[in-house]
Design a protein around this ligand. Structure first.
Ligand code: GLN
Ligand code: ZN
Length: 773
């Protein structure tokens, strides 16, 4: 019997974001390529050494990336669109970074959700979220009939590099079927999966060369196996792995699945000619019995038992109870994190300022590998060898379960007292809107913006100085008041109808609220990669959430006090706060979301009491919370929409509730959007040329809507005419009486030089459209 600890991937950004620093200085041409390569090699060596020291038996290689592992795969197989090939040798770093970021000069554009290079000379590849994580990958681009060649030897080089340092690693590669399922073609209707026969020889050659370099096992990631697949996609798995087993029989493949259960793809997965199968038993513990029943006895199972997506200490005793019998049943097993640790922060040891009680409940990548080592000992040699560790772990688990921080009786009582009425406005939209119109007295096609104005270098500098204590509270406040006043005066001057205060006091739309809510904590260095060199430090929701006191009312009141035009109250919605945080795992997400909904509802009610006539509740992340499997969508949408409605329904009918969402697909969730019943919704439509309004038109969306006419992701200033055309298009799809005029999203990432002319044009476009429509 043997139990080994395997890791599927370690964060590559470095404990102090060394890779980020090295990349950005290389991009800014401040350092040479050699320096970047040296930093990268140093990080890889340190990561291997650390994993060995932590007792990891199966250490990955090729989990490092300069930008993204999907992009690495595209380059590996030579899927490099012609516009990039023209820029240099196919395997050069410059071509790679051009695909990642485009080639425009200047620094990385920090926009709200994307912000990699757009526009410029050569645009970047499209970027999108990796399954249901906050990690973004570069979408592979393929063309009909294209051929592939092994273009990058990165996987082989890094295997050799590790070997030279004394580590026998298991290289990680992204599997051919998942890569093709993620790929897109510019040619409509072309199915990338048809390229599989062209692609497989490249994978075979890669495996052969890895074998020649000494690799006996290769981890091949096929997370697409947890998605809804049709028979063709399932057939592609069989084709691919039969071919690879046949051509390279002496390389053992550990097929890694994660982020959910195999479900109806289980038979496909266990039927493949592979040597090992990794399954996610954190997201899908229930699949274990079925996998055990169906997996051939010689298949090496890798049990993903430690959560690779979250930050909580595992309950080691519970894991031993569950897995001791399994280890006896199967001769060999591996235990591993549920997925690559890419999605967790690196080391809890850096968090010296956290509340000691909360800190004791946490586990980051390093600690998770420690947990696996302890677990291995317990499983292999018996619990008595780890009795001290088990006792300490049990103390942490008990502390978390029984702490008053995780059991705020008042919050719990309040959530259970919520009735259907709490999620319903007192009167239907048709009546509300009449009251609102008579109070607000706005022109047709009212103009507004989404909330934030440019977060200039001065704003960020002042915030940093205040954070460090170099700028005292009074001076900082005065600075922010001046910024706010300037923004308000300017909005009045250009003639916007509904104003915003500009959000200068906010660092981030979730953090700002998290810092003021009970049940949240923030870290110093718990960065996780979002895309490329960009990292985020999500809040950690550890306890019951409540709002000790108003969070935005003072700023709103200050802003409204400066103008007679309506000033929007500006809040982040409960689903978005949940989605962009590490969420406690000791109760359903829905429960945590309801607590946040009540806290934000309190703020909505207080804003109304202070005199706000319009309150915007942003739900930028509602769509990205959708589960991976279609069958799970409706239950999610039901509670997500209900949470929004709880937040929005504490006010009088005459108070106008806005929401904002920045995405480009509404077709499949339009009924849920309708069910949110916001009085006004603003969405991102400029780039899609209003096409995505079709979903609203077909649905006969009854409430008011502001389709974005200004693409804020690019520095480009849209003309009056093009925005007017967009509005006329919108008017053709919806009734002009429903329409508002606004940009796609907040303007915090833009410069005033861009924002000013763009909004002046937008107002002119609205004036023109009022006449035309
Ligand atoms: N109110 C926020 C802002 O304008 C909304 C941002 C977003 O949707 N991502 O910045
Ligand atoms: Zn937005």
């Amino acid at each position: 019997m043997s139990v080994t600890v395997a890791n599927l991937g370690f964060p590559r950004i470095g404990p102090r974001r060394e890779l980020k620093t090295a990349l950005e200085s290389y991009w800014a041409a401040k350092t040479h390529k050699a320096a970047l390569l040296e930093t990268a090699a140093g990080l890889r060596a340190a990561t291997w050494a650390r994993q060995r020291a932590l007792g990891v038996d199966v250490i990955p290689s090729n989990d490092f990336s300069f930008y993204d592992q999907v992009l690495d795969t595209s380059v590996m197989v030579g899927a490099i669109p012609d516009i990039y090939r023209a820029l240099g040798a196919a395997d050069s770093l410059d071509v790679y970074f051009a695909m990642a970021r485009g080639t425009q000069t200047g620094t990385a554009d920090e926009s709200c959700s994307h912000g990699h290079g757009k526009g410029g000379d050569v645009p970047a590849l499209e970027m999108t979220k990796w399954f249901d994580t906050n990690y973004h990958y570069m979408v592979p681009e393929v063309t009909p009939g294209q051929s592939f060649q092994l273009t990058s030897t990165k996987a082989i080089d890094e295997y050799r590099e590790a070997k030279a340092l004394g580590y026998r690693t298991r290289p990680v590669i992204l599997g051919p079927v998942t890569w093709l399922l993620l790929a897109k073609s510019k040619q409509n209707g072309f199915d990338p999966l048809t390229l599989l026969p062209n692609l497989l020889p490249v994978y075979a050659e890669l495996l052969r060369r890895l074998r020649d370099a000494g690799a006996d096992w290769v981890q091949i990631d096929e997370p697409a196996l947890v998605l809804d697949l049709d028979d063709r996609a399932r057939g592609a798995f069989a084709t691919a792995y039969i071919m690879l087993a046949h051509t390279v029989p002496d390389v053992k493949l550990m097929l890694a699945t994660y982020f959910g259960p195999l479900g109806d793809n289980l038979a496909t997965a266990v039927g493949l000619p592979i040597a090992g199968l990794h399954i996610d038993l954190v997201r899908a513990p229930e699949q274990l019995d079925e996998v055990l029943a169906k997996a051939p006895p010689e298949l090496l199972l890798s049990l993903g038992v430690i959560d690779g997506r979250n930050v909580w200490k595992a309950n080691l005793t519970a894991l031993l109870d569950r897995y001791e019998p399994i280890v006896k049943l199967r001769r060999n097993v591996q235990i591993a994190p549920s997925c690559s640790l890419l999605h967790t922060p690196i080391d809890l040891a850096l968090e010296t300022k956290l509340d000691v009680q909360v800190r004791d409940w946490l586990s980051f990548a390093v600690q998770k590998l420690e947990e696996l080592s302890i677990l291995r000992l317990g499983l292999a040699d018996g619990r008595y060898v780890i009795s001290d560790e088990l006792a300490a772990n049990a103390d942490s688990i008990t502390s978390r379960r029984t702490s008053s921080l995780t059991n705020d009786r008042r919050v719990r009582a309040r959530v259970s007292a919520v009735t259907a009425d709490w999620a319903r406005r007192a009167v239907p939209f048709g009546e509300r809107i009449k009251l609102q119109r008579s109070i607000l007295n706005l022109p047709p096609l009212p103009t507004t913006t989404i909330g934030s104005f440019p977060q200039t270098a001065e704003v960020r500098k002042a915030r940093a100085a205040h954070g460090k204590g170099a700028l005292d509270h009074a001076a900082y406040k005065q600075f922010l008041q001046e910024e706010t006043e300037r923004a308000i005066r300017w909005q009045e001057e250009i003639g916007l109808d509904v104003l915003v205060h500009g959000e200068f006091e906010r660092n981030d739309m979730v953090q700002y609220f998290g810092e003021q809510l009970a049940g949240f904590t923030f870290t110093k260095a718990a960065w996780v990669q979002s895309y490329g060199s960009r990292c985020v430090r999500p809040p950690i929701i550890y306890g019951d959430v409540s709002r000790p006191k108003p969070m935005t009312v003072d700023w709103w009141a200050y802003a409204q006090g400066l103008t007679t035009r309506p000033m929007k109250g500006m809040l982040t919605g409960p689903v978005t706060i949940l989605q962009w945080s590490f969420v406690r795992d000791d109760q359903p997400r829905e429960q945590t979301c309801r607590q946040i909904a009540l806290a934000i509802r309190d703020e909505v009610v207080d804003l109304e009491a202070a005199g706000a006539k319009i309150i915007q509740i942003d739900e930028a992340a509602l769509r990205e919370g959708l589960p991976l499997r279609r069958a799970d969508w409706q239950p999610y949408l039901d509670w997500a929409v209900e949470c929004f409605r709880i937040t929005a329904s504490g006010v009088k009918p005459e108070t106008q509730i806005h929401t904002h969402m920045c995405y480009s697909e509404f077709n499949d969730i339009i009924a849920a959007i309708g069910a949110m019943d916001a009085d006004v919704i603003s969405i991102e439509t400029a780039r899609s040329k209003m096409e995505l309004l079709d979903a609203f038109a077909t649905y006969r969306y009854p409430n008011e809507i502001g389709p974005g006419v200004y693409d804020i992701h690019a520095p480009r200033i849209p003309t009056v005419d093009e925005m007017q055309q967009l509005l006329i298009k919108a008017g053709g799809r919806l009734s002009s009486g429903q329409l508002w005029v606004n940009p796609d999203c907040g303007l915090k990432t833009r410069k005033w030089e861009e924002v000013k002319p763009a909004l002046i044009n937008m107002i002119d476009a609205a004036k023109g459209a009022r006449v035309a429509l």
